[in-house]
Write a new protein. Structure first.
Length: 364
């Protein structure tokens, strides 16, 4: 079970489909990631795809740089419940093979393929196989002529690139399209998406590309993606990290949870800890994050080390623990003081109560 917030004022867009997933308009904002295995290595790729599915990925992208990868793609699609996206760069034949192999979407810039005849062949394959296309503009690979015109990657250059690729597809009567204008520079990405949102009604895929490692990348992505979502811009997101792809899904859902847009799993509210803490808050939170990772039901949990803010936070969460003197901490259920809990029993007690609450919600 998940919670979707419909009060966010979203930008009105076309609605497209990627496999069985609706994107744009009033559809839930989706979270996606990309495998980092060699796609032709079936065992490794399927293992990573499975981990991403389990983490809650709505869409999963795999790279298809060669014929061995598109051959493997057909088998991967058959073994996967989540729609699979094929990442293609310049080779039209790879795109055709991927569409025929069952990819739900191609990530490709049609203008990079070459002659119009080759582009038409790709579009025909996409139409025939009910395969969507994402135009993926990236500041690091803008067309040479645009760099010469604008001297560097600018929001205007990114917009012009996106609109050029969109026009190519529209001229071929193809509209099952999603667009992104990614940059590693947060402000460039934000301003590019804002321009694009004013000029087109296609769904937008948000991301700060090549954002960095787990900490740095999560922060940059939260700022960039979060600001755009708060302005109603964005229909799918990817947090691009130099880390385990599963971390991208976790970070993506944390962004959506923090904005109250979409909730999945346990949302922990915890203090940074100080000399007043009656138990080791940091260690407790780390252990609980791991032990509660299997919970998919939206539940709020507060872990506060003392009585200064503890009771107030506990009153607003499903389950709460507030630190107390002599190892006697207070458990709150639905904002109500319930019982004292010894410090040594906090972990087991909280896990037990969260699991009970999840079962109660699921069985309603």
């Amino acid at each position: 079970m998940e919670y979707f917030n419909s009060t966010l004022k979203r930008r009105k867009t076309r609605q497209v489909t990627v496999g069985n997933v609706r994107i744009g308009s009033d559809a839930p904002i989706t979270v996606q990631s990309m495998t980092n295995t060699e796609t032709s290595n079936l065992e490794a790729t399927l293992q990573q795809v499975g981990a991403l599915e389990n983490a809650g990925a709505d869409l999963i992208r795999v790279s298809c740089p060669d014929k061995e990868s598109t051959k493997a793609l057909k088998y991967i699609v058959q073994k996967t419940k989540v729609p699979i996206i094929a990442d293609i760069h310049f080779h039209s034949q790879r795109a055709i093979e991927a569409a025929e192999a069952g990819a739900s979407r191609l990530r490709i810039n049609p203008g990079n393929i070459g002659k119009l005849e080759k582009i038409k062949d790709v579009v025909d394959a996409a139409k025939k196989n009910n395969c969507a296309i994402r135009i993926g503009v990236n500041a690091g690979s803008l067309e040479k002529e645009l760099i010469e015109k604008y001297y560097r990657a600018t929001p205007e250059a990114m917009l012009e690139s996106a609109l050029t690729h969109i026009k190519i597809l529209e001229n071929l009567n193809f509209y099952n399209t999603k667009v992104s204008v990614k940059a590693s520079n947060v402000q460039l990405a934000i301003n590019s998406y804002k321009l694009l949102a004013m000029k087109t009604n296609y769904p937008l895929h948000l991301g700060v590309t090549e954002a960095g490692g787990l900490l740095t990348g999560s922060i940059k992505s939260s700022i960039g993606i979060g600001q755009l979502l708060m302005e109603g811009i964005g229909d799918t997101i990817r947090v691009s990290l130099s880390s385990d792809p599963v971390d991208e899904i976790k970070a993506g859902f944390e962004i959506l949870k923090s904005l109250g847009i979409r909730s999945r799993g346990v949302k922990i509210i915890s203090c940074p800890s100080c000399a007043r803490q009656a138990f080791q808050v940091i260690d407790t939170v780390k252990i609980l994050e791991e032990k509660l990772s299997h919970i998919k039901t939206p539940i709020t949990l507060s872990i506060i080390g003392c009585v200064v803010n503890g009771p107030g936070e506990a009153a607003l969460t499903d389950i709460g623990i507030t630190g107390g003197g002599k190892g006697n901490n207070m458990l709150y259920l639905s904002g109500v003081q319930t019982e004292k809990v010894l410090t040594s029993e906090i972990i087991n007690k909280v896990v037990s109560e969260v699991e009970k609450k999840a079962a109660e919600i699921e069985n309603k």
